[in-house]
Design a protein. Structure first.
Lengths: 138, 247
C-alpha cells in the first residue's frame, strides 16, 4: 500500500463518519437563533434551505461520495476515469457549498468543514498521483 | 493480462459493495427520516419535562417565561403558538404586529407579534416575557431578571432562542414550528390561514399551541390553587374554539 492509498483511506473514513453524523444526528438541530453571536453555527447552516439538493441532504450525498473513495482505496480498483468523475463531482460540490456557507448563509458549520477538508485532501492526493505517475498509485 | 484480470476483479468487487452500501445508506436514511417526521418535521416536538423541579410561581400564579428577540425568525414562528395557547387562560391586549429581521438570509421578514408592549391578563398565569433586541438586532429592548437569567443559563447554556419555561418544569429551547411555513406571507395572510383552520401552517401552530396548553395544564394541575378538572383531555378539547377570538 502506498502513502496515497493510506491518505485516501483515512480521510474517506473520516469524511464518511462526519457526514453520517451530520445526516443522522446533527440535521435534527433545534429551530433556534443563537444569542451567542458567532460566525460558527451548524444550526444556521443545516436549518437553511441550502442544506438540501432537490430534497436530498448534502450530507447524505457526502456519505455516498466518501464511501465511494473508501471502497476504491480498499479494493485497490485504480481506474483513473472513475476517480476523475468522482473527483469533479466533489470539486463542483465543494465550490458550491463553501460559497453558500460564507457568501449566502454567512455562517460556517464545523462538522461540514471537517468533511470539506477531508474531501480537499483526497482530491489533492488524487491530483498529485495522476499528475506525477499518470495513474492512481494504490 | 494478469493485472487487467486483477483490475476487473477489483472493479466488480467495488461495484458490488458500492451498490450494497448505497442501498443500505439510503434505506437507513429513509427509515430514520420517517421516524423523525413523526415527532419533528415542521410540527411541534415534545417539550422537555423536568418532573422533579419545583414549580415556579409569580404573584401566586404559574410563571410562563418567554425569552426571544424581535429579529429572530424562530421566535416569530413560536409567538403565534404562544398567543394561541395563552389565549385559553387569559386575555391579550396591545399585541402589535411586526416582522422579524429583513437581514436574516434564510428566513427574512417572518410576520408575527411583538411581546414588548403586549399586556396579558390572567388569574392563573403570570406571563414573563423578554424581547432581548429589536427587529434589526441593533437595539437592546428588555433585560432578563435574576430568575429568568438563572433558568436561561441553566437550561439553555448554548444561548438559543426562543426559550420557554412553563412553571420551571417544562422547557422549550428553540421553536416547535419552522419559519419556512411563513416565508413570503404578510401578517394578514397568516391570520387568515390560522382562522381558516386548514393547511400546514395552521396545523403547525395549532399542534405547538396544544403542546404548550398541555404543559400549562399539567403544571397548573400540580398547583393546588387550580380548579379540579374532571377530565383534562375533554377540557383541552373544549378550549379549541376559543382560538379564533384572538386572531
Amino acid at each position: 500500500m502506498t502513502i496515497i492509498r493510506y491518505i485516501i483511506l483515512a480521510f474517506s473514513l473520516l469524511g464518511f463518519s462526519d457526514s453520517s453524523y451530520i445526516t443522522f444526528f446533527e440535521s435534527n438541530a433545534t429551530l433556534s437563533c443563537n444569542t451567542n453571536l458567532s460566525f460558527i453555527s451548524c444550526e444556521n447552516v443545516l436549518n437553511s434551505p441550502y442544506s438540501h439538493l432537490f430534497g436530498i441532504p448534502w450530507s447524505l450525498l457526502g456519505m455516498i461520495w466518501f464511501i465511494a473513495f473508501l471502497l476504491l482505496s480498499l479494493t485497490g480498483y485504480d481506474d483513473v476515469l472513475i476517480h476523475v468523475i468522482f473527483m469533479f463531482l466533489g470539486i463542483g460540490s465543494l465550490i458550491y457549498l463553501i460559497f453558500v456557507e460564507i457568501g449566502v448563509i454567512g455562517y460556517i458549520c464545523l462538522y461540514c468543514t471537517i468533511a470539506h477538508v477531508s474531501a480537499i485532501l483526497i482530491i489533492v492526493s488524487l491530483v498529485y498521483s495522476i499528475s506525477k505517475y499518470k495513474k492512481i498509485l494504490y | 493480462m494478469k493485472k487487467s484480470k486483477k483490475n476487473n476483479k477489483n472493479r466488480n468487487i467495488f461495484i458490488f459493495i458500492f451498490i450494497v452500501a448505497l442501498i443500505l445508506i439510503i434505506s437507513i436514511y429513509i427509515i430514520m427520516n420517517q421516524e423523525s417526521n413523526k415527532v419533528t418535521g415542521v410540527y411541534a416536538t415534545n417539550l422537555t419535562y423536568y418532573p422533579n423541579n419545583p414549580i415556579i410561581t409569580q404573584n401566586g400564579k404559574l410563571a410562563f417565561i418567554y425569552i426571544g428577540a424581535e429579529y429572530c425568525p424562530y421566535c416569530a414562528a413560536e409567538r403565534w403558538a404562544i398567543v394561541m395557547a395563552l389565549s385559553h387562560f387569559g386575555n391579550w391586549s396591545n399585541l402589535q404586529p411586526i416582522y422579524s429581521s429583513p437581514y436574516e438570509k434564510t428566513y427574512p421578514n417572518i410576520p408575527t407579534y411583538t411581546f414588548v408592549d403586549a399586556i396579558y391578563k390572567s388569574n392563573k398565569i403570570e406571563f414573563l416575557e423578554v424581547e432581548l433586541s429589536n427587529r434589526y438586532g441593533n437595539v437592546s429592548l428588555q433585560q432578563m431578571n435574576t430568575l429568568e437569567e438563572q433558568l436561561f443559563s441553566t437550561y439553555d447554556p448554548g444561548g438559543a432562542i426562543p426559550f420557554i419555561s412553563v412553571g420551571g418544569i417544562y422547557f422549550r429551547i428553540g421553536s416547535g414550528i419552522s419559519p419556512a411555513l411563513f416565508l413570503g406571507l404578510s401578517f394578514q395572510q397568516v391570520q387568515q390561514m390560522i382562522n381558516s383552520k386548514q393547511g400546514q401552517l395552521y396545523q403547525a401552530v395549532y399542534q405547538e399551541s396544544q403542546q404548550l396548553v398541555n404543559a400549562i395544564l399539567n403544571a397548573l394541575n400540580k398547583l393546588s390553587s387550580y380548579i379540579t378538572l374532571p377530565n383534562v383531555n375533554q377540557f383541552i378539547l373544549s378550549l379549541i374554539p376559543k382560538c379564533n377570538d384572538y386572531y
